[in-house]
Write a protein that binds this ligand. Sequence first.
Ligand code: GDP
Ligand code: MN
Length: 349
Amino acid sequence: ELSSNPFAWKNLIGDDYPSEGHLPQVGDANATFVILARNYELKDLIKTLKQMEDRFNHKYHYPYVFLNDVPFTREFKEWTSNIVSSKVHYGVIPHDHWHQPPDIDEAKATANRNKMVKDNVIYGGSVSYRNMCRFNSGFFYRHEILQQYRYYWRIEPGVDFFCDVDEDPFVYLRDNNKVYGFTISLYEFEQTVPTLWKTTKEFIKEHPQYVSEENAMGFLSDDGGDSYNMCHFWSNFEIADMDFWRSEAYMKYFEYLESKGGFYYERWGDAPVHSLGVSLFARKDQIHFFHDIGYRHNPFQHCPQGDVHRKGKCWCSPADTINAAAGRINANGQLTSYSCTERFTKLVH
Ligand code: GDP
Ligand code: MN
């Protein structure tokens, strides 16, 4: 059946999916989109992919890597490969990269999940959500298909891209020696990471050589590293360098976290884990706020302002943006925004 497809010769390696009209990459970076998704998210994903193509990738044709803990359906592969302009790969995640490790004490994990459900913690009772957070924290960049790539842009089904992306963000990271880019930052729910900071402090005490002298501790802590202020980059959007996650510092850090079991006993998210890793082991000038990329993941969005909004032909309402400087502190001195981005920009400028 495949051999009757005249374009099948183009990419029949491994999980590559042959498709008509896939154009050779024009973008100059060694980079790919990475999309972890479930088969039933197809319709949300299609809308997102169409926006990504129309706003950016129709000019660059960077490939897409779709990952899943179960095989993608034929319908998923056909529809996604058809809507994009570039090469596509579909990968299944190795069993041990996804499932709860055998050394986790299941009785303790269950008791803690039940407690979180009672406390109304979002995804508090979900094991699959924990699998996902652990996978995104420490495994996605080790997937066989991703070995050939260095930079990635993480996308989730259902997110919106509001503006034209004229400049290639992968090339920007590469040429400016940056390792991590974000658009939205906010505060984590404390109940999901009660011992993450303590564990991280233990790790850096044991391995002080991994901590960058130019770190972004000031983004994470308001008291010089004593306590965690819950700030993190929202990892559903990431444009970053997988070689950073593959570095000795981060791999050892992840191993240490894994050994403490907090992905299952608590509900450590990949957003705080990535944020702590990159803020401590990279230089703060290696982290980039992509302020000109308009982006929405429910319930928050970043909408560029003024000239950037006009130039990018953005369709978001400029008044609706989590990163707005105005109105952050109300008359009673209370925080009215969940964003940590101002803290970040003050730190690096
Ligand atoms: P939220 O953004 O924290 O509310 O979590 P999501 O439900 O959006 O999950 C984050 C990402 O992981 C999305 O890209 C999902 O498609 C993906 N994801 C979450 N759970 C699973 C799962 O069980 N299997 C697969 N294949 N993907 C998942
Ligand atoms: Mn999501």
